[in-house]
Design a protein around this ligand. Structure first.
Ligand code: ADP
Ligand code: TPW
Ligand code: MG
Length: 561
C-alpha cells in the first residue's frame, strides 16, 4: 500500500460510518461544505434524494424514521440550510419520530469569535432547544462516535430528532487508515427494549377488570412500535372498544367491530377507565379534561417516556415500557375471563355508532356541484378502497379534518398527517419519504394552502419518478375562498388556480376535475399508473369552516365583532 492510499478523510469516514450502521438513504439539498460528501455517498451506492428545500428533505427523513424505526437522515449546508432543516427536526422531535439532521458548518474559530464566516452560525447551540440531543464532532477521529451517539439518542427511549454538527474542517481533514478503521463502529441495540415491571402490569389489569365502561386509546406511539399483532390480540381478547388517534388508524382496520371512532365524543365523555397506549393527553385529546372528558375517568397509560405520566391528568396505573414489551406482558398475564366489559356499555357504544353513521350518511352520499369536502373525500375513499397498500398523506384544515374521519385505513402506519403540531407543509416531504422507504404508491390529499408550503417538491417527485398522486382540494384559500372580484383577503388564495399545470412543467400527469366520478377515476388511474400525478380537484369555496374542526382554539377579543 503506498503512502497516499494509507490515509482517509472526513468525507469517507462519514459515509463509511453511516453505511456501517445500515444507513442507505440521505434526504438533502447540496452545497458548501457537503457537496462532495453527497457525491461520495451517491457513488458509494447510497440513495441520495436531492430536494428543493431542506424542510421537505427533513420531513422525508422524519417520516422514514417513523416508518422504519431507524432514524431518517437529512443533510444540509450551514446556517440557512441548517435552519430550514431544523424546522423538520423540531417537528420530528414533537412527534416522537427518530431522525438525524447532519449539517456542515463553518470554521469554528471564526464562528466562535463572530468574525463573519460564510454562512456563520453556532448551529449546535441553535439546535439544542428544538432537538432531543445536539452534538458536534470537532476531530476527525470522533466521527464514528458522533454517528453512534446520534443514532442512539434518536432511536432509544422516546424517539426524537438529533442534530449532528460536522465542521467543514473536520470533513476535509485526514487520518491514517488504520486509526480511521478503528474509529468507526456499529451501534449495538439502538432501541433497547424497555420491559414493564410486573407490578405495573398487574395494577393496570386490575383497574381494567373493574371498569364498567372501559376504553382503549391507540396513539401513533403504538403504531410506531410495530407490535401490530399483539396490539390487535390484546384489543380483541379484552373485547374493549378502542379509539385510534389519526396516525394510529389502520393499526386495527377501521371497519373493526370494536372501533369506537364513529362514537368518539360519546366514549370520551362516558368511559370510566381509559387505557392510553402510545398517546399523549395533549390538545388533540382536550388534555383529558371536561367537558370533552368525564371528570371521574381513571387512567392507565402505557408509554416509554416516564415523564409523560401525570402530564395532564393523574395516571392511576402507569406502565412505563415500550409497547411491544408491554403488550406481550399483558397478554401473558391476563387470565381467561379477567377482563369482560359489561354488555350494557358495549351495546350503548354500538347504538351511538349506528346513530352517528346514519347522521353522516346523508352528508356523505350527497353529490353537490361544486364538490364539497365530504363528497370529494368519498370519491377518494372509493378509489382507495381496493388498495389498502397505498400510503395516505393528508394535510390542510378542512381537508385534514374531514379526511381523518372519512378515509378508512386498513393497514398500520399508512396514514401520515399534520400530527402533533397540526403543521402545514409536511405533505410532499412525507410523500417522498413514504414512497422511497416502501416502494408503494402514495396518495397525498392536500389543502391548496397546505400544498403551497411544499409544492415545489413535485419536481423532486417527477425527477425521481415516484409513484405519488397528489390531490389538491382547491377551495381558493385557507379554510375558504374569497368572493370573486374583491381584493385578496388574508385567507384567500388565487381564484381557480390550475395546480395541475404545475406538474406538467416537469413531465408529470396533470388532471383537472370538477365531479366526484372524475375525481375517483383520476385517483384510481394515478395509483395504477405509478406515474407522478397531480389532480386539481375543485371544491366549493364556501364549503369549509374557519380553522376546520378547531375553531374553538381561535382567540376571541371582546372588541372583535
Ligand atoms: P397521538 O398524537 O397519536 O395521540 P402522541 O404523539 O401524542 O400520539 O403520543 C405518542 C406517545 O408514544 C409518546 O408519549 C411517546 O413517548 C410514546 N411512544 C413512542 N414510541 C413508543 C414505544 N415504542 N413504546 C411506547 N411508547 C412509545
Ligand atoms: C407551518 C396555520 C392551519 S391550516 C392552514 C394554515 C395556513 C391552511 C388551511 O388551508 P388549506 O385547507 O390547506 O387550503 P382547507 O381545506 O381548510 O382550505 N403555518 C404552518 N402551520 C400551520 N398550521 C399554519 C401556518 C394553518
Ligand atoms: Mg384550502
Amino acid at each position: 500500500m503506498d503512502a497516499a492510499a494509507a490515509i482517509t478523510d472526513g468525507f469517507h469516514l462519514v459515509v463509511d460510518g453511516l453505511k456501517l450502521n445500515g444507513v442507505d438513504t440521505i434526504y438533502t439539498v447540496a452545497g458548501i461544505p457537503i457537496t462532495d460528501l453527497l457525491r461520495l455517498a451517491h457513488t458509494e451506492g447510497m440513495r441520495v434524494y436531492g430536494f428543493r428545500h431542506e424542510q421537505n428533505a427533513g420531513n422525508a427523513a422524519a417520516i422514514a424514521g417513523f416508518l422504519t424505526q431507524k432514524p431518517g437522515i437529512c443533510m444540509t449546508v450551514s446556517a440557512p440550510g441548517f435552519l430550514n432543516g431544523l424546522v423538520a427536526l423540531a417537528n420530528a422531535t414533537t412527534n416522537c419520530f427518530p431522525m438525524v439532521l447532519i449539517s456542515g458548518s463553518s470554521e469554528r474559530h471564526i464562528v466562535d469569535l463572530e468574525q463573519g464566516d460564510y454562512e456563520e452560525m453556532d448551529q449546535m447551540a441553535a439546535a439544542k432547544p428544538f432537538a432531543k440531543a445536539s452534538y458536534r464532532v470537532n476531530r476527525i477521529e470522533d466521527i464514528g462516535v458522533g454517528i453512534a451517539r446520534a443514532i442512539h439518542a434518536a432511536s432509544s427511549g422516546r424517539p426524537g430528532g438529533v442534530y449532528l454538527d460536522l465542521p467543514a474542517a473536520v470533513l476535509g481533514s485526514t487520518l491514517e487508515l488504520s486509526a480511521a478503521k478503528k474509529s468507526l463502529f456499529k451501534v449495538v441495540d439502538a432501541s433497547p427494549a424497555s420491559i414493564p415491571s410486573s407490578e405495573s402490569i398487574t395494577r393496570a389489569l386490575n383497574l381494567l377488570s373493574k371498569a364498567e365502561k372501559p376504553l382503549i386509546l391507540l396513539g401513533k406511539g403504538a403504531a410506531y412500535a410495530q407490535a401490530d399483532k399483539d396490539v390487535r390480540a390484546f384489543v380483541e381478547k379484552t373485547g374493549i372498544p378502542y379509539l385510534p388517534m389519526s396516525m394510529a388508524k389502520g393499526l386495527l382496520p377501521d371497519d373493526h367491530a370494536q372501533s369506537a371512532a364513529a362514537a368518539r365524543s360519546f366514549v370520551l365523555k362516558n368511559a370510566d377507565v381509559v387505557m392510553l397506549v402510545g398517546a399523549r393527553l395533549n390538545w388533540l385529546l382536550s388534555h383529558g379534561k371536561p367537558p370533552t372528558w368525564n371528570p371521574n375517568t381513571r387512567f392507565i397509560q402505557v408509554d416509554i417516556a416516564a415523564h409523560e405520566i401525570d402530564s395532564n391528568r393523574p395516571i392511576e396505573a402507569p406502565v412505563v415500557a415500550d409497547i411491544k414489551s408491554a403488550m406481550a406482558a399483558f397478554l401473558a398475564a391476563m387470565k381467561p375471563g379477567q377482563i369482560k366489559p359489561p354488555a350494557a356499555w358495549l351495546s350503548s357504544v354500538t347504538e351511538q355508532k349506528q346513530k352517528n353513521v346514519e347522521k353522516m350518511a346523508a352528508r356523505l352520499n350527497a353529490d353537490p356541484t361544486p364538490m364539497n369536502f365530504s363528497s370529494a373525500l368519498r370519491a377518494v375513499r372509493s378509489a382507495l378502497s381496493s388498495r389498502p397498500d397505498v400510503y395516505v398523506v393528508n394535510e390542510g384544515a378542512n381537508t385534514l379534518d374531514f379526511g381523518r374521519n372519512i378515509l378508512d385505513m386498513k393497514e398500520p402506519r399508512h396514514r401520515l398527517d399534520s400530527g402533533t403540531w397540526g403543521v402545514m407543509g409536511i405533505g410532499m416531504g412525507y410523500a417522498v419519504g413514504a414512497a422511497t422507504v416502501s416502494g408503494k404508491p402514495v396518495v397525498a390529499i392536500e389543502g391548496d394552502s397546505a400544498f403551497g408550503f411544499c409544492g415545489m417538491e413535485i419536481e423532486t417527485i417527477c425527477r425521481y419518478k415516484l409513484p405519488v398522486t397528489t390531490v389538491i382540494f382547491n377551495n381558493n384559500g385557507i379554510y375558504r375562498g374569497d368572493t370573486p372580484g374583491i381584493a385578496p383577503t388574508p385567507t384567500g388564495l388565487y381564484n381557480n388556480a390550475r395546480y395541475d399545470k404545475m406538474i406538467e412543467a416537469f413531465g408529470g400527469v396533470g388532471r383537472h376535475v370538477e365531479k366526484t366520478a372524475d375525481l375517483q377515476q383520476a385517483v384510481s388511474e394515478g395509483i395504477a399508473s405509478g406515474k407522478p400525478t397531480l389532480i386539481n380537484a375543485v371544491i366549493d369555496p364556501q364549503a369549509g369552516t374557519e380553522s376546520g374542526h378547531i375553531t374553538n382554539l381561535n382567540p376571541k377579543s371582546a372588541l372583535h365583532k
